[in-house]
Design a protein around this ligand. Structure first.
Ligand code: GLN
Length: 446
């Protein structure tokens, strides 16, 4: 399997899905797994996977898609990496991504854009674009990504695969390079909900090195995959079908919902009153947290350091000027502005209040429905370069995904057919810790 994955990775090099490959290490691990015959003991034994380059890997360069971390070799593994290792999984490489996970197209990577396997002129989505592309191209059966505002679900939708964003705190963030800490979440991109369930089971669980990791044990999400959907109430949120959603995309999602109805689910028309404020609130809160998190890249401790600086101040400023790309700089500027004295109440505090309203809307809705559905994205994968010069158009692509992170909820994107030959995703959202329900419904649909 590992040989085949590496061979396929070579054939698909033009996708630019990987920032680095660890072929020799992977083959050695596979040989060891063969001789140890651990296949029955470890759930993912011998199975190749790819890891977003946002996760620290001991002794292996971890770039986070940035020039700033081009030569960063972490001295430790992320919790997710430890968990997968313990489950017998074999990492073949680290995947391309938008710099520091900021983006919706993978075009913000310092290592070049990644291409969507469904069309060489199309973006794979972002920020986990590489993880989605290498699964969709059949290189690996699953990849690990992160989702701060849609970065697992949106690329999964654009590449025609299944992407699970777990509940905030369900998977440890230890060793996952921080973008916006109150929103960041590690999860899975795979070909099916069943595969997502197997991998989720391996990475979920408490870790006391992440203060927001929940103590509650993970449910057995595999056990409930085959449960019939009779009586499952699915709220069809009007707002998720409005605005910029392409009619053909909405149509595919209604068709997928009709399939769920045939399987016994009950569709309920519903509203989410503050959904239209989600983008504005997210694009204040996420940059605010990012501006704080990224302060650590000062050229002193680790990361890029300008070689020619003549003073300490110049070393700070030139290291950051050279190390960060333009979208990261934009977020730092926006975030610092929103947090500065005089603007803090008007922007940051206000956005936090909107965040609470959005979470309250979901809580109220879940009193009468079990899941909430809508298109993952307003359009199928857009063209490379189509939105890269227009930050607001790029941000608008996240209209249906960011509210989930603001509320800390789990959500999944599942393939829902095609529009003009490009895949479209159906998003299902569940109450906190109801990953099993998402995976069950999606598995039944698949
Ligand atoms: N596109 C969103 C952003 O740029 C979400 C990214 C993410 O989930 N990491 O912030």
């Amino acid at each position: 399997l590992v040989q085949q994955a590496l061979q396929r990775a070579g054939q698909c090099a033009a996708l630019n899905g990987f920032v680095s490959l660890q072929g020799d290490e992977a083959l050695a691990a596979a040989a060891a797994a063969d001789s140890a015959r651990t296949a029955t003991a470890a759930p993912l034994a011998g199975i190749p996977f790819a890891l977003k380059d946002i996760f620290c890997t001991k002794g292996i360069t971890t770039t986070c898609g940035s020039r700033m971390l081009q030569n960063f070799v972490p001295p430790y593994d992320a919790h997710v990496v430890e968990q997968l290792h313990a489950a017998g999984a074999i990492r073949i490489g680290k995947t391309n991504m938008d710099e520091f996970a900021m983006g919706s197209s993978n075009e913000n990577s310092a290592y070049g854009a990644c291409v969507n396997p469904w069309g060489s002129d199309r973006v794979p989505g972002g920020s986990s674009g590489g993880s989605a592309a290498v699964v969709a191209a059949g290189i690996v059966p699953y990849a690990i990504g992160t989702d701060t505002g849609g970065s697992i679900r949106q690329p999964a939708a654009f590449c025609g695969i299944t992407g699970l964003k777990p509940t905030y705190g369900r998977v440890s963030r230890y060793g996952m390079i921080a973008y916006a800490s109150s929103l960041d979440c590690a999860g899975v991109l795979a070909r099916s909900a069943q595969d997502c369930a197997t991998v989720f089971q391996a990475i979920a669980g408490h870790d006391d090195r992440d203060a927001t990791s929940v103590e509650r044990p993970a449910d057995d999400v595999q056990a409930s995959l085959d449960k019939p959907l009779h009586g499952l109430r699915i709220g069809v949120a009007r707002e998720y079908f409005g605005g910029g959603v392409l009619p053909a995309v909405a149509q595919r999602c209604h068709e997928a919902l009709a399939e769920l109805e045939k399987l016994g689910a009950v569709l309920v028309d519903m509203a989410l009153a503050n959904a239209h404020h989600a983008i504005a609130a997210y694009y204040v809160i996420a940059p605010a947290e990012a501006s704080s998190n990224l302060a650590r890249y000062d050229g002193v401790r680790y990361g890029h350091r300008c070689a020619e600086a003549r003073s300490l101040d110049e070393m700070y400023s030139r290291s950051r000027a050279e190390g960060f790309g333009s979208e990261v700089k934009r977020r730092i500027l926006v975030g610092t502005y929103a947090l500065s004295a005089g603007y803090y109440d008007a922007y940051y505090v206000r956005a936090q209040k909107v965040r609470r309203l959005i979470a309250n809307d979901f809580a109220a809705a879940f009193a009468s429905v079990d899941l909430i559905a809508g298109p993952t994205t307003p359009t199928p994968a857009f063209r490379l370069g189509e939105k890269s010069g227009d930050a607001l158009a790029m941000y608008a692509a996240d209209v249906n995904t960011v509210a989930v992170n603001l509320a800390g909820l789990p959500a999944i994107s599942a393939p829902a057919g095609f529009v003009d030959g490009l895949p479209v995703g159906l998003q299902l959202i569940a109450p906190a810790f109801a990953e099993a329900r998402l995976l069950n419904a999606t598995h039944q649909l698949q």
